[in-house]
Ligand binder design. Structure first.
Ligand SMILES: Nc1ncnc2c1ncn2[C@@H]1O[C@H](COP(=O)(O)OP(=O)(O)OP(=O)(O)O)[C@@H](O)[C@H]1O
Ligand SMILES: [Mg+2]
Length: 449
């Protein structure tokens, strides 16, 4: 499987059962499927991932699907939007197709039809990718995650050294660090530098495993294993065969399955739910957590034996505030990445640089990325000035000292919203777009006492 065969899909539907169904039915090693239950969640997701195909319910509680579609298409050029409609909304769907939706399916839908529609959409995506690759001399453009780790500091050079050492060998790796420090980036780099690079990297966030179905999700099940198991099904472990299984937020793995996972790691064999037969599997394991697993062990929430098995090789990512010297290089990288077409990359003013260097970055590199992205949108003549910074950065940064350093979060949020509104001359749809929330949410938050 090459990179160009990978498809990122977002399912936006307020009905959990539909999200689950689509996620399950379409699961395949070459598909990365994310779900969102509302417009807000969808925006949060598209800020993190470059989706190729979005399955979008026309009717959402907090947003109008057709309006959302327009915004998605703006944020993700080339994205294929497939609308999910109820009977009676077909008319709207047809309208939407005129406005650039690629297809629609009606609820309740049959899964073969779904499969066909998605594959067709993906053919468009692939054609577009190939055209772009030809244009840029073989270089694929802007992926959600960088192919390498950016930034140099004592700690990051150490991380790179560890990655180079551990990638080619089979041992499991435990990647630790606060949220947004780059754990997913590291996992991808390890996989890419290993002999398994051409095989699938299957990522699963353990916090999203469904309690009753954990075993079936991980190990698969046979037909009739439980009510609802009408077909036998592969689990994530089988999907990762010969490749890598990255279990994110491993601290969330239910205690009940921890012993089983340990056994699988030790024997490289497993059983599907409802089956006696042992199956062999060849998988390399990566784990990540932003919790202190040692503490989880002490608190009795995590098995000590599994902890030791995971912790053979630990790569720790320091919070960004403890490696501030990387900020300028990350800044330059993000500015280059966010450059539009042939325009020059944006620059930042001295004051902005000061704020960036002084801020505490609770959201780490992800926060830095988001701040810069917003800055680029608000830049004037390719210069990002402090006007384009969120209030909390100004507060921590340039030393104008006038602001209360202990403002409640809500207040900071409100200030920031007002500031953005001011910037777009009160245009609320523009502001909500910049802020990544629906207009309704924006009103609600501004009106909150
Ligand atoms: N060293 C780095 N070089 C380039 N980009 C980075 C680096 N570290 C993080 N990023 C970017 O920052 C964002 C967050 O990184 P990532 O998702 O890997 O963090 P995480 O530690 O897995 O966070 P979480 O605990 O929330 O899952 C991503 O957009 C990623 O591309
Ligand atoms: Mg992560």
């Amino acid at each position: 499987m090459t990179h160009s065969d990978l498809m990122h899909i977002l399912v936006v539907d307020d009905e959990k059962s539909i999200r689950r169904l689509i996620e399950k039915e379409m699961a395949s090693p070459r598909r990365v499927i994310k779900t969102a239950g509302s417009g807000d969640e969808a925006f949060a997701a598209i800020r993190r991932w470059a989706f190729d195909v979005i399955l979008l319910d026309i009717r959402l509680p907090d947003a109008n699907g057709l309006e959302l579609m327009a915004q998605f298409q703006e944020d993700l050029p080339g994205v294929q939007v497939i609308l999910i409609t109820g009977y009676g909304e077909v008319h709207d769907a047809v309208e939407a197709m005129k406005n650039g939706a690629c297809d629609y399916i009606t609820k309740p839908f049959d899964l073969d039809a779904l499969e066909q529609v998605v594959e067709k959409a993906f053919q468009h995506v692939r054609a577009r990718r190939e055209a772009m690759a030809r244009q840029s001399g073989g270089q694929a453009k802007r992926t959600a995650y960088p192919q390498e780790i950016i930034g140099h500091s004592g700690s990051m050079d150490r991380v790179r050294f560890l990655i180079d050492k551990v990638s080619p060998v089979q041992v499991p790796v435990l990647i630790t660090g606060e949220s947004g420090t780059g754990k997913n980036v590291v996992a991808r780099v390890i996989h890419r530098q290993s002999a398994r690079a051409e095989k699938p990297l299957i990522t699963k966030n353990c916090a999203t495993l469904q309690a009753e179905l954990v075993r079936s999700e991980l190990f698969g099940h046979c037909k009739g294993a439980f009510t609802g198991a009408t077909e036998s099904r592969d689990g994530l472990l089988s999907m990762a065969h010969e490749g890598t299984l990255f279990l994110d937020e491993i601290g969330e793995l239910p205690v009940g399955v921890q012993a089983t996972l340990l056994r699988v790691m030790e024997t490289q064999t497993f059983r599907r739910v409802g089956e006696k037969e042992e199956r062999k599997v060849d998988v390399r394991f990566l784990f990540a957590t932003n919790r202190n697993l040692r503490k989880e062990v002490d608190a009795g929430r995590f098995r000590e034996d599994l902890y030791h098995r995971l912790n053979v090789f630990n790569i720790e990512l320091l919070p960004l505030r403890e490696r501030r010297e990387e900020i300028p290089v990350l800044l330059e990288y993000f500015l280059e990445q966010l450059r539009v077409g042939k325009q020059p990359a944006c620059r930042v003013s001295k004051k902005v640089m000061q704020c960036l260097m002084n801020h505490d970055w609770p959201g780490n590199v992800r926060e830095l990325h988001n701040v810069i992205e917003r800055g680029v949108i608000l830049a004037e003549d390719s210069l990002i000035t402090e006007q384009a910074l969120p209030a909390e950065l100004l507060a921590s940064g340039g030393g104008d000292g006038g602001d209360d350093p202990f403002l409640p979060l809500k207040e900071i949020e409100r200030k920031h919203m007002l500031k953005v509104l001011e910037h777009v001359n009160g245009n609320r749809s523009k502001a909500s777009e910049l802020l990544g929330v629906s207009r309704k949410t924006l009103y609600r938050k501004l009106l909150e006492p």
